[in-house]
Ligand binder design. Structure first.
Ligand SMILES: O=C(O)CCC(=O)C(=O)O
Length: 329
C-alpha cells in the first residue's frame, strides 16, 4: 500500500494512489497491482465514487502513454478511463525544446471531457466573460469566472506537465477558447509572441481539444523547429487573426497537422509558426489554449490585450517576484 505525499490535492471525490498494491477498503475501492510503465512514479486519478475498480495496465504503453483502462468490478457496469499523471520524460522535455512543440498527449479522460464540454457550452459560452468590454470576451480568461475551468487548469496531470517544462513555479496568465464552427475561417500562420504582452517572452501553450479536431474541421498545424527564428508579421483580413507571419517554406520542415480527440493536448512554444485551415466540415472544432509562464515574466495587465481586473494565477509553486497582479490563493 502506498500513498503519495504531494503538494497538490486530488479534486474532491477523487483518490490519489501510487503504483504498488493498493487496497483502500475505507474508500470502497479495491485496486489491484498497478505497474509503472516507466521508471517515473505514476499517479492515477480515478473518478469512481464508491464503485470498485480494477486496473488493466495493458493500455499504459499505448500511443498516449498516459491512459489506463479501468474495469468496473461492481457498480455502474461500464468501463472508465483514467489519466496517469506523471512528469514528462526527459526525452519528451528535450523533444519539446528541440521541435518547439510536443504531443498530442491524452490528459483528460474522454468521459470527463464530455461533461466539461457540456458545461462549457451551457455555462461559459452563454455568458459574457470577466472583461465584458473586450471584443470576444466570451472566449478569454474564462477560468477567472468559472471555477470548474480553474479546476481543470489545476488538474494534477496538467500541473505535472507544466512543471516538467517550466520548473516549480508556474503561472497561468491567460486562456482562450478557439471555436471554429462549420464554415469558420482560417487562423493565419503566426507566432504568438507577435501578439502578446510578455517580458521576457516566455510562454508555453497547452492547447486542449474539447471537440474532435481533424483536417476537415481545421485542426491546429505547426512547423517544427520554426520557433528558432522570429518572422515579420503583416496585416491580413478575413481570418480569425489580423496579422500573418511572412516566411519562405523551403528552408523549413513540412507543417504537422495535429489531429486530436477530446481530452488530448499539444504543447507549443511562443514562437512556433502555427495556423489552422478553414472548417470545411459540418462539425464544430473547439480547443482551449492555456497560457503558461513563470512568475519572473512581467505580463502587461493594463495594456490592450488584458484589462485592469485581470489576474494571473499561480498554478504551482511561489511568486518570488511580485511583478503581476495575482488571484489570491
Ligand atoms: O486554434 C487555432 O486554430 C489557433 C490557436 C492559436 O493560434 C493559439 O492557441 O495560439
Amino acid at each position: 500500500m502506498a500513498w503519495v505525499a504531494r503538494p497538490v490535492m486530488p479534486p474532491p471525490g477523487w483518490l490519489e494512489v501510487m503504483y504498488g498494491i493498493v487496497d483502500m477498503e475505507a474508500h470502497g475501492v479495491v485496486l489491484e497491482r498497478i505497474q509503472p510503465c516507466r521508471e517515473l512514479p505514476l499517479l492515477v486519478w480515478i473518478g469512481c465514487g464508491d464503485d470498485h475498480v480494477r486496473f488493466d495496465t495493458k493500455d499504459t504503453t499505448s500511443r498516449h502513454g498516459r491512459q489506463v483502462r479501468i474495469s468496473m468490478l461492481r457498480g455502474r457496469n461500464k468501463s472508465m478511463t483514467a489519466c496517469i499523471s506523471a512528469p514528462l520524460t526527459r526525452g519528451q522535455v528535450l523533444e519539446y525544446y528541440r521541435d518547439g512543440y510536443l504531443g498530442p498527449i491524452m490528459v483528460v479522460p474522454p468521459e470527463d471531457m464530455e461533461q466539461i464540454r457540456r458545461r462549457i457550452d451551457l455555462e461559459v459560452f452563454s455568458s459574457a466573460g470577466p472583461n465584458p468590454n473586450q471584443h470576444g470576451s466570451r472566449i478569454h480568461c474564462r477560468h477567472l469566472d468559472h471555477p470548474f475551468l480553474m479546476d481543470l487548469l489545476r488538474a494534477p496531470v496538467l500541473i505535472d506537465i507544466a512543471r516538467s517544462l517550466l520548473g516549480d513555479d508556474v503561472m497561468v496568465w491567460s486562456s482562450n477558447f478557439w471555436v471554429k464552427p462549420p464554415g469558420g475561417t482560417a487562423v493565419p500562420w503566426h507566432q504568438d509572441i507577435d501578439y502578446w504582452p510578455l517580458n521576457p517572452q516566455l510562454n508555453i501553450t497547452l492547447w486542449l481539444a474539447i471537440d474532435p479536431t481533424n483536417r476537415e474541421n481545421g485542426c491546429l498545424q505547426v512547423i517544427p523547429t520554426s520557433h528558432r527564428s522570429r518572422y515579420e508579421h503583416r496585416q491580413v483580413a478575413g481570418q480569425m487573426l489580423d496579422r500573418e507571419a511572412q516566411f519562405a517554406s523551403d528552408g523549413l520542415p513540412a507543417p504537422v497537422p495535429l489531429e486530436m480527440q477530446p481530452g488530448e493536448c499539444v504543447l507549443f512554444n511562443e514562437r512556433i509558426l502555427h495556423h489552422s485551415a478553414p472548417n470545411v466540415s459540418s462539425q464544430r472544432r473547439t480547443g482551449l489554449g492555456i497560457r503558461l509562464t513563470a512568475p519572473f515574466v512581467h505580463v502587461d495587465q493594463d495594456g490592450p490585450v488584458l484589462y485592469p481586473a485581470h489576474r494571473c494565477v499561480m498554478l504551482t509553486g511561489k511568486d518570488r517576484f511580485g511583478l503581476n497582479r495575482l488571484l489570491e490563493a
